[in-house]
Design a binder for this molecule. Structure first.
Ligand SMILES: [Zn+2]
Length: 300
């Protein structure tokens, strides 16, 4: 995905095109501080696209303006949340936002792992449909993490909590409810009020996955892998688990946990199991059982 996306976008810029298309491809740089953002970083939007190998803007001028307005609204929401939680973001020098049909999925965490933090990619159709998970991707830029469960869980939780639009993976529905419904299909023996019937689910295994590896979860003989179907099952669980952590144990402990596994480009560090005891006073297995108990008891 990275190679393909970048190469085809790079080739677009070398193609001679009509003047109007060239004008539409010009980078549009806006200071996010004025927008407002977190600091002095700038945001540059790229609406490159192509049709039959010829450059063609991915969005209409009006759609571009709508997308930019939504983008800055999401930055303002994230800034406000961070201030309320007293959680200082890690601010990149600049944001480079690409909206193109070259992309099948939205991405910003993998570019960060490849030392391109601030590069954000959105499929054009998602931007047009209002389904782009802008808040989710902004969390990856401002709060990246070397532990993939924490990185994705916080991004999913915040998209659901403060994001301006319903989007993947819960599309506006409560994360715990979505997780509960998915667990019923993933674990047929799951029974209300009996958390032990969820023994096949191992959040402890998800906690061993380092960014940039994908979240994968084995449940008995089934593997929820790095596929759209796999993501649709595992991401709501990650989001529900982080929501439970924040609501039950508080943001301060989660922030301390986050600080134990900073994202360092070209390195892998999901963190050790001990860090849960250091930050939360409980093992991850204990916290996982608390989460399963909440899910099994049907709390909202
Ligand atoms: Zn993500």
């Amino acid at each position: 995905m990275v190679g393909n996306g970048r190469e085809s976008l790079a080739s677009v810029s070398t193609i001679r095109v009509r003047t109007a298309a060239s004008a539409a491809r010009e980078a549009q740089t806006v200071p996010t501080a004025a927008a407002p953002g977190f600091g002095a970083e700038t945001a540059t939007f790229h609406f490159d696209g192509q049709v039959d190998g010829v450059a063609y803007p991915s969005l209409s001028p009006a759609q571009q303006e709508t997308f930019k307005a939504e983008f800055f609204k999401e930055i303002a929401s994230l800034k406000s949340w961070a201030r309320q939680q007293d959680w200082s973001p890690s601010v990149p020098p600049a944001l480079q936002i690409f909206v193109s049909d070259e992309y099948k999925i939205s991405r910003s965490l993998i570019p960060a792992a490849l030392d391109c933090r601030g590069r954000m990619e959105f499929p054009a159709w998602k931007a047009i449909a209002g389904e782009a998970a802008i808040a989710h991707e902004l969390v990856h830029v401002y709060f990246p993490n070397g532990n993939r469960l924490l990185a994705e869980g916080l991004a999913i939780y915040l998209q659901a909590k403060i994001g301006g639009n319903p989007s993947f993976p819960n599309f506006g529905r409560p994360l715990h409810q979505v997780a509960r419904e998915l667990l019923r299909t993933m674990v047929p023996e799951f029974e209300n009020g009996r958390p032990e019937t969820l023994d096949k689910i191992h959040i402890t295994e998800l906690d061993k996955i380092a960014t940039p590896s994908a979240l994968r979860l084995r449940v008995g003989r089934d593997l929820y892998d790095n596929t759209p179907v796999g993501h649709a099952h595992v991401y709501p669980l990650a989001g529900s688990f982080i929501e439970f952590l924040i609501e039950t144990h508080g943001t301060d402990k989660l922030r301390a946990l986050f600080e134990r596994t900073p994202l360092v480009p070209f390195e892998r560090n999901p963190g050790s199991a001990d860090r849960w005891i250091d930050t939360h006073g409980l093992s991850l297995a204990d916290i996982e059982l608390q989460w399963k108990t909440m899910i099994a008891n049907g709390a909202p």
